[in-house]
Design a protein around this ligand. Structure first.
Ligand SMILES: C[S@@+](CC[C@H](N)C(=O)[O-])C[C@H]1O[C@@H](n2cnc3c(N)ncnc32)[C@H](O)[C@@H]1O
Ligand code: SF4
Length: 399
C-alpha cells in the first residue's frame, strides 16, 4: 500500500487547530514561492520567503539520548565544553528585539535545544512570541513538563512536541532510566490543567525518532499514547550518516566554504544500521491506518519498497533541492545564525551584533546558497539523510 502523503493530514489539522493549519499552509505557500525564486542571490530580499525560525536555546540537557547528535554517544555538545558554551546564551531581551524585527513576517517559531526548559526565560519568551502574533511550537524531552504545566496552559501555548521513542523499557534504554514515567506525569499534569482552566491549548504532539533500538516497539508506543490525550504523533526517520559521507562532506565544506565541518560526525552512530525496511514499513502502515484518536505521520513518507533502500543505500538521495536556506534559519544558543542547525561551523552572523535581515541577505548567506546549488541535486553531500531535508527537500520520483 502506498503511504499517504503528509498533506493528507492538513484538513484534519484545520479542524483540530485552525491557527496551526493556517500557519502550516502559509509555510507551504512560502516554500513553493521560494522554490521558484531559488536562483536569486545578491540583491534579492530573501526575507520575502522567510517563514520558519528555530531557536536552539541552550546547549544543556538533562538527558543523554543515545542517538542524539548533540548529547548522545557521539554528541559534539557535552561535558565541560557544553557548560562553558552555556555562558554564551542569548539573553531574553535580545530575543525580544529579534521577535520585534520579525513581527511583520509572522514566522513560525520552533524552540528547542538541548532541553528548552533549561533556558531560564523560556516561558516569558514563548509568551512574547505568541503576543507578537506568531505561532510558536516547543520541542521538549518532556521531563520538566509537570513543573511548568500550570503556566503553559495559562499562557495558552500553541503547541508542545514531546519526544518519546518507545514504550517504557525501550524508551528508557534510549533516553535514560525513569524518563518515560516523567513524561507521562507531564502529560497528566497538562491534561489536569486543561480541565481545570477549561482550555484546549496547547495542542500536544509526540515525536519519535526511529532507530534500530526502537523500530520493533513503535506499535506498543502508539497504543500507550491513546491515554495521553495527544493531537498528533510524528515518526521521524532520523538524521544519520556514515564514514564515507562524512569524509565527502568535510572535503566539500573545506573547499567551498573554507571551514571544518564538526557536527555531522555526531550522526555517524550506527543506530540506523540493520533496520529491516519491510518490517518497519509494515509497522508504520498499521499505525497510520489505525484510529488511535490522534493524527500520525512519518517524515519522510516513503514508498514501501523504498524504505529498505533508505537505510541500506546511503548513496541514494530520497529528497533533494533543499529549500531551507531560502525560507528558514536557526539561531544557535550563542546568537549565531545558521541555516541548518547542524552546520554551526559556518555562522552567517550573530544577532547580538547585527540585524537579522542584514545577516539573512548578507554575503556569507549567499555564499552558502551558491555552494549548495553547485552540488548535485542542490544538497550538500552530508544532507542526504538530514531530517530537515526530508521535511523541506523535493521528493525524488519513486520515493
Ligand atoms: C535534539 S532534541 C532537542 C529538544 C529536546 N531535548 C527533545 O529531546 O525533544 C530535538 C529532537 O531531535 C530528535 N533527535 C535526536 N537524535 C536525532 C537524530 N539522530 N536524528 C533526528 N532527530 C533526532 C529528538 O528525539 C527530538 O525529538
Ligand atoms: S533530550 Fe533532546 S537534546 Fe537531550 S539528549 Fe535527548 S534528544 Fe538530545
Amino acid at each position: 500500500m502506498k503511504p499517504k502523503n503528509n498533506f493528507s493530514v492538513v484538513p484534519k489539522l484545520f479542524k483540530m487547530n485552525f491557527k496551526m493549519g493556517e500557519r502550516m499552509l502559509h509555510g507551504f505557500w512560502n516554500l513553493g514561492k521560494a522554490l521558484i525564486k531559488k536562483r536569486h542571490f545578491e540583491g534579492y530580499d530573501h526575507m520575502k520567503n522567510f517563514s520558519l525560525i528555530y531557536f536552539k536555546l541552550t546547549p544543556l540537557c538533562n538527558l543523554r539520548c543515545k542517538m542524539c547528535g548533540q548529547r548522545g554517544d557521539k554528541g559534539y555538545l557535552k561535558g565541560e565544553y557544553a557548560a562553558n558554551e552555556a555562558k554564551t546564551i542569548v539573553p531574553l531581551e535580545t530575543y525580544k528585539k529579534l521577535v520585534d524585527e520579525l513581527k511583520y513576517k509572522r514566522p513560525v517559531y520552533y524552540l528547542w535545544g538541548g532541553e528548552p526548559f533549561l533556558y531560564p526565560d523560556l516561558c516569558d519568551l514563548v509568551d512574547y512570541i505568541q503576543k507578537s502574533g506568531s505561532f510558536c511550537s516547543v520541542n521538549t524531552n518532556g521531563t520538566l513538563l509537570e513543573k511548568y504545566a500550570e503556566r503553559i496552559v495559562r499562557d495558552q501555548w500553541n503547541v508542545v512536541f514531546v519526544s518519546l521513542d518507545a514504550f517504557r523499557d525501550v524508551n528508557d534504554e534510549i533516553r535514560g532510566p525513569g524518563s518515560y514515567d516523567r513524561v507521562v506525569k507531564g502529560f497528566e499534569a497538562i491534561n489536569r490543567e486543561k480541565e481545570k482552566q477549561h482550555s484546549r491549548l496547547p495542542a500536544m504532539g509526540i515525536v519519535t525518532t526511529v532507530t534500530n533500538k526502537n523500530y520493533k516497539d513503535l506499535q506498543n508506543l502508539a497504543v500507550a499514547c491513546k491515554d495521553f490525550n495527544i493531537d498528533w504523533h510524528i515518526y521521524n526517520l532520523g538524521t544519520y550518516t556514515n564514514d564515507e559521507v562524512v569524509a565527502k562532506h568535510k572535503e566539500f565544506f573545506r573547499e567551498k566554504l573554507g571551514v571544518e565541518s564538526v557536527c555531522l560526525e555526531a550522526y555517524n552512530t550506527g543506530y540506523n544500521d540493520g533496520i529491516d525496511g519491510a518490517e518497519l514499513h509494515k509497522t508504520l502502515n498499521t499505525i497510520h491506518s489505525t484510529d488511535y484518536g490522534y493524527l500520525s505521520i512519518t517524515v519522510p513518507a516513503l514508498n514501501p519498497e523504498k524504505t529498505h533502500e533508505y537505510y541500506h543505500r546511503l548513496d541514494i538521495p530520497v529528497r533533494d533541492h533543499c529549500i531551507v536556506p531560502w525560507t528558514q534559519a536557526n539561531i544557535n544558543y550563542n546568537g549565531d545564525v545558521t541555516f541548518c542547525a547542524d552546520y554551526v561551523e559556518y555562522p552567517l552572523g550573530n544577532i547580538k551584533e547585527q540585524s537579522f535581515k542584514d545577516i539573512y541577505n548578507g554575503e556569507r548567506a549567499n555564499k552558502f546558497r551558491h555552494a549548495m546549488v553547485e552540488c548535485p541535486g542542490e544538497i550538500f553531500p552530508g544532507c542526504i539523510r538530514c531530517y530537515q531535508n526530508m521535511l523541506f527537500g523535493k521528493k525524488i520520483k519513486g520515493y
